[in-house]
Write a protein that binds this ligand. Structure first.
Ligand code: ATP
Ligand code: MG
Length: 397
């Protein structure tokens, strides 16, 4: 019954003169997202984005389109040639269908896209409402005749549009994630661990239209191949939303060994974090990233106290985005489940941080102390060597 999807977008509608750039990006991103499920015609008409579908593919298409950043909702609709009588008949057809699906009260909402049409939107609603009511009242089954109009709190709203180019009738809207089209807000380097938090943090920033590259730190052969595989899998899930992701793999075993050898055990986590930030920033700069992303959240673990965060932050000069900073773990998990990373994140694999992790980590590290500890290390050389030995791979869905 449905032959078209309407992709509704939010914020990009207010971008003034740049609006078409955002719309075109959005169309391209929708096309890309749909590639995995088939060939679709995606196009713009009078400030709307449409996707042609049929009964066989509209549900899978909705599932994909709703994942595109910038899309706030997707409506499966019936499109017919521009004819007001046909609009009324189609409204009745869809209403009957919705009553069969269990809806008991309804309302007709109308939009007059064609301003030359003799009825206003409100007059259209009254007229179409009368038509469909007569239609269902004339039917035999009680299911139809008992359906009632309820303008305040209807079970279903049948929207009827009389547009310049055609008519549209629809009732449902599947919500999207919102945000801004990918590729409209620069690029950031995300520190991607195998945990629950950093994939969510990466996704949240990407949702604002930011392209992302990722860096992962491991301690191979102390951490195994599988823990790297897990991160690849997480990057793959993210790439569904973000497009192909360049994943930099950095071995920090030598750094961890140097820290273990020369510094206080209780500072080891925070010191290795500082190295991660330095390395991420260096690789990020080379890759034209203007910010870093981490999954830190105030107070979540010993290294994420206010003082801990200040100390890791002190080694970088580009901005660090921490979208989870004020989020509770339960809410982070909820998002992880929604975007599909949770199941992979909870697979138990050794993380490089677990290695050499202190029994009693400092919770209120002091910058001067850390700097003093680091003065025993050749920080520059350790960073340089880790970057030289890093690898880059492209992860695609
Ligand atoms: P996550 O669930 O993201 O691993 P976490 O709660 O375990 O976070 P930490 O281990 O303190 O927190 O790490 C804080 C942040 O530092 C992570 O969210 C991530 O951005 C970064 N990070 C930690 N370990 C790694 C790693 N091995 N590779 C890349 N980034 C890392
Ligand atoms: Mg972690």
């Amino acid at each position: 019954m449905y032959n078209i999807l309407i992709a509704k977008y939010g914020e990009i509608g207010v971008k003034g003169k740049n609006r078409y750039i955002f719309e075109n990006k959005l169309i391209r991103n929708i096309k890309n997202m749909l590639k995995s499920v088939g060939e679709f015609n995606v196009y713009k008409e009078y400030g709307r984005i449409y996707i042609d579908v049929d009964d066989s593919n509209y549900e899978t298409a909705i599932e994909e389109v709703r994942k595109v950043f910038g899309v706030v909702g997707v409506c499966p609709a019936i499109k017919r040639e521009k004819d007001y009588e046909l609009l009324k008949e189609t409204a009745l057809f869809l209403l009957k269908n919705k009553i069969e699906a269990g809806n008991k009260t309804f309302k007709i909402a109308s939009k007059r896209g064609d301003k030359s049409f003799h009825l206003t939107s409100q007059e259209m609603s009254i007229d179409i409402g009368g038509y469909v009511l007569t239609g269902i009242n004339a039917m035999e089954e009680e299911m139809y005749t008992s359906a009632k109009v309820d303008v305040k709190n209807p079970d279903v709203v049948i929207t009827c549009e009389y547009r310049n180019e055609h008519i549209l009738v629809y009732a449902d809207s599947v919500s999207g994630f919102g945000g801004l089209p990918l590729g409209t807000n620069g690029k950031a380097m995300t520190l991607l661990s195998g945990g629950i938090d950093s994939p969510v943090a990466s996704w949240l920033v990407a949702k604002r239209g930011v392209d992302i590259e990722a860096v992962h730190f491991h301690s191979y052969p102390f951490t195994n191949e599988r823990s790297q595989e897990k991160v690849r899998e997480l990057a793959k899930i993210l790439s569904k939303y973000c497009g192909p992701i360049k994943l930099h793999m950095v071995n920090i075993l030598d750094i961890q060994k140097a820290i273990a050898e020369k510094c206080n055990e209780e500072e080891s986590t925070i010191l290795s974090r500082r190295f991660m930030m330095r390395i991420a920033q260096e690789i990020g700069k080379k890759r034209y990233c203007d910010a870093l992303i981490t999954g830190e959240s105030i107070g979540q673990v010993a290294s994420q106290t206010m003082q801990g965060i200040n100390c890791t932050n002190a080694v970088v000069e580009i901005p660090v985005f921490r979208p989870l900073i004020a989020m509770d773990k339960v809410d982070i998990i909820k998002t992880a489940e929604e975007i599909g990373t949770y199941e992979t994140s909870i697979i138990p694999e050794a993380d490089c941080c677990a290695l050499f992790s202190p029994k009693k980590p400092v919770t209120k590290p002091r910058l001067e102390r850390l700097e003093k500890s680091e003065s025993k290390l050749d920080v520059e050389e350790l960073v340089k060597s880790a970057i030289e030995n890093s690898t880059m791979e492209v992860i695609e869905f």
